[in-house]
Design a protein around this ligand. Structure first.
Ligand code: F0G
Length: 458
């Protein structure tokens, strides 16, 4: 009998989470205006809002916290982190930042100008935000297969080389400061990018003289998928794959809250000395001196350990396979979910799940609220509420997909929790035809409404 995977760790400390009754949750969610962001965490049983900064650190990371060097300049924890980043990514220069979007702010302040275009594979919201804030345009060149939840493709995060080349031909080189490749591609559902595609993108970029940067928040999970799915990589170590992937680019921004296995942190790593020098100025202005950049010394030490741990196969196997375990359970129950499963999250397809609720009544949000009421589980709508209104017409934008994301924090929940989540969803699925109406918005902010929007039940 083939042995199943098992977590390569045991539990040393536990944190109590609160169970509650359906009646209590109905009361709390009404008080929160049916917005899950308004719930305090003690009212949530299993929190799948995000996998960002919500994971558990190891004993070795905590040990490193105790010997953190909090010197303003020349911190030894900084040195440790710098050396680790160099070892793992191969990039020469390094700047710490307080999180991923801060790294984007610093790097894009250096590279992006008004009127520029930045092609990539479904840019993450903050990445797009930092591009558009500078009056530049993010152009999505992801392969078409990514937008059909029922198409099974091993690397749905890939860039369509033809789409990318047409952007290169349409705009002068000076208007394209870089291409950004997000690994794994969060906005496409945590889908990976292959080495082959990375190489092709890199070669095309070189041909046109355009730099290639990675948004590397989930680079380890991306490498795991490469090892499992791409021909020629089964016998390579994760660290070897990571090194190879990064060798095709000029630099990266990192939200360390994901594959850094820390609760807060980020960085920029790159090869170009001139860009590094310019970015250093912005880093000092926005983040802090270059040997801490918004991070505590102890957090830099913990991140150095976290980067090494997240690039170990046994950890990644238990991490990614736990997400797949939940996905497979749901598939077995007949629940419509995005496939193949992402590295960090499972996405419920609300268009197929609750077609009886009109889109105008926010069916994704309705499903997310129901999941909270039934199971005390907090996911997040990735659909019409998040897509916001058209800035000109102020009409709702209806995206192709109406999803509820269940992001799994790293090393935090057990498979019993996954069973509980799957059973809660199955119970909702079994009674889905009874759901006829959703919500109307009673109050919303002019931009980024999803954080503060208030709903009324119809
Ligand atoms: N890039 C990607 C691909 C991300 O998923 C995120 C954050 C960021 C950049 C920004 O990093 O939060 O450290 O500033 N994603 C979180 C999520 C918020 O829930 O998916 P940050």
């Amino acid at each position: 009998m083939e042995l199943p995977y098992a977590e390569p760790y045991k539990i040393k400390m536990v944190e109590t989470i609160n169970r509650s009754t359906k009646e209590q949750r109905l009361k709390w969610i009404k008080k929160a205006h049916y917005n899950l962001f308004n719930l305090s965490s003690d009212k949530v049983f299993i929190d799948l809002l995000t996998d960002s900064g919500t994971g558990a650190m190891s004993d070795k990371q905590w040990a490193e916290m105790m010997i953190g060097d909090e010197s303003y300049a020349g911190s030894l924890s900084f040195k440790k982190l710098k050396k680790t980043v160099k070892n793992i990514t191969g990039f020469k220069y390094f700047l710490p930042t307080h999180q991923g979007r801060a790294a984007e702010n610093v790097l894009f302040s250096t590279l992006v100008k008004e009127g520029d275009v930045v092609p990539g594979n479904s840019h993450f919201d903050t990445t797009k935000g930092h591009i558009e804030f500078r009056k530049a345009t993010a152009i999505d060149c992801t392969i078409d297969e990514a937008f059909d939840t029922s198409v099974v493709h091993p690397f749905k995060g890939n860039i369509d080389i033809k789409k990318l080349e047409s952007v290169f031909n349409k705009y002068p080189k000076e208007k394209i400061p870089f291409v950004i490749l997000t690994i794994t591609c969060n906005s496409a559902g945590g889908q990976p990018v292959s080495v082959k595609n990375t190489k092709e993108v890199s070669e095309l970029c070189k041909k046109y003289g355009i730099p290639l940067y990675f948004d590397a928040a989930r680079f380890s999970e991306n490498a795991y998928f490469i090892k499992k799915r791409e021909e020629g990589y089964a016998d390579k170590t994760i660290k070897e794959i990571v090194k190879e992937v990064f060798s095709y680019g000029d630099g990266m921004t990192m939200s360390a809250k994901k594959d850094g296995l820390v609760n807060m942190g980020g960085f920029i790593a790159l090869n170009n000395k001139e860009v590094f020098k310019q970015a250093t100025v912005f880093n000092i202005m926005f983040e802090g001196f270059i040997t801490y950049g918004g991070m505590n010394g102890r957090d830099m030490g913990a991140l150095a350990v976290g980067l090494n741990e997240s690039t170990e196969f046994n950890y990644l196997e238990s991490r990614v396979e736990q997400v797949a375990y939940l996905g497979q359970k749901l598939v077995d129950y007949g629940v419509p979910v995005q496939q193949p499963f992402g590295g960090h999250a499972i996405y419920l397809d609300a268009n197929k799940f609750v077609p009886t609720i009109p889109r105008e009544e926010y069916r994704g949000q309705a499903l997310a609220v129901e999941l909270y009421v039934v199971g005390g589980i907090r996911g997040v709508e990735i659909g019409t509420v998040l897509a916001d209104r058209d800035p000109v017409t102020r009409e709702n934008r209806y995206p192709e997909l109406e999803l509820v994301r269940l992001a799994i924090p790293r090393r935090t929940y057990t498979n019993n929790h996954m069973d509980y989540i799957a059973a809660s969803i199955k119970n909702i699925y079994d009674t889905r035809n009874e759901a006829k109406s959703g919500y109307i918005i009673s109050d919303e902010a002019p931009i980024m409404r999803h954080f503060t929007v208030k709903f009324k039940k119809i």
